[in-house]
Design a protein around this ligand. Structure first.
Ligand code: NDP
Length: 246
């Protein structure tokens, strides 16, 4: 029997990049998987097909994380359609970058809504469905540990907020047997940060391993936290960053 057989996971922002890799890895471990996306129905459909090809049930839900009602509805739809909810992976995020003087209020509000408010609201909705053994896993960032470029204050602030959120939720949900953790990816080859992009060579130099991660390398740690081997880990932030923060 596979480690996550009989479990149901919801991955926000699962249509591309790290979220898609997490959805597929959790399905490989035996979970049925729902994923949200903002715009990219075609890519979401491709991930659904990949999960189904593994013999698991899959569900794609269009839900803008900036919309509180959509976030809550996605959680409830997952539990209603797939029958339960065991694992929530808060992955969807926006990546603002630019000088402080040019930062607009709309971008600031949207970043905090998607990167901070949505994970907390999703957790609030998810714990209504979760039982003992539930897992909440956030995707943070290496810049919550070390900010090597200017122009990242807002993004770094939004990701660092999750460190406190995870610790607080771990304390609150521990007595119910639900663990809450954060994974800080390092530079990872996705549409948001291509390994061949303009910053790649400089970024590689900040890592100890001298290269980007593949999304599957981040997904492996998420799967560990989601599975039985991760059951005594809670309130933790685990860097999977090739030594970026070393
Ligand atoms: P991508 O840009 O490749 O993918 C983003 C995913 O999130 C897509 O599925 C996208 O949906 C979805 N998404 C974006 N905004 C919203 C929204 N408002 N509502 C719902 N879904 C949304 O990002 P990555 O895979 O690179 O990043 C994933 C996570 O990893 C993020 O939390 C990011 O901060 C973190 N991270 C990434 C690093 C990297 O180097 N790549 C490094 C450190 C952290 P759609 O397809 O519809 O647009």
């Amino acid at each position: 029997m596979k480690r996550l057989e009989g479990h149901v996971a919801l991955v926000t922002g699962g249509s591309r990049g790290i979220g898609a890799a997490v959805a597929i890895r959790l399905a490989e471990e035996g979970a049925d998987v729902a994923l949200t996306y903002e715009r990219n129905a075609e890519r979401a459909g491709q991930v659904v097909k990949q999960v189904e090809a593994l013999g698991r049930r899959a569900l794609a839900i269009r839900a803008d994380s900036a919309d509180p009602a959509a976030v809550r509805a996605a959680v409830d739809e997952t539990a209603a359609t797939l029958g339960r909810l065991d694992i929530l992976v808060n992955n969807a995020a926006v990546f603002p970058m630019g000088p402080l003087e040019e930062l607009e209020l709309g971008l600031l509000d949207r970043t905090l809504a998607v990167n901070v408010r949505a994970p907390l609201l999703a957790a609030q909705a998810a714990v209504r469905h979760m039982t003992e053994g539930g897992r909440i896993i956030g995707i943070g960032s290496n810049v919550a540990e070390r900010v090597v470029f200017p122009g990242l204050a807002l993004y770094a602030a939004s990701k660092t907020a999750q460190v406190g959120m995870v610790k607080g939720l771990a304390r609150e949900l521990g007595p119910r047997g639900i663990t809450v953790n954060l994974v800080h990816p390092g530079p990872t080859d996705t549409d948001a940060n291509p390994a061949e992009g303009p910053f790649a060579e400089t970024v590689n130099g900040f890592t100890a391993l001298g290269r980007y991660a593949e999304p599957a390398e981040i997904a492996a740690t998420v799967a560990y936290l989601a599975g039985p081997d991760g059951r005594y880990v809670t309130g933790a932030a685990i860097s999977v960053d090739g030594g970026f923060a070393a």
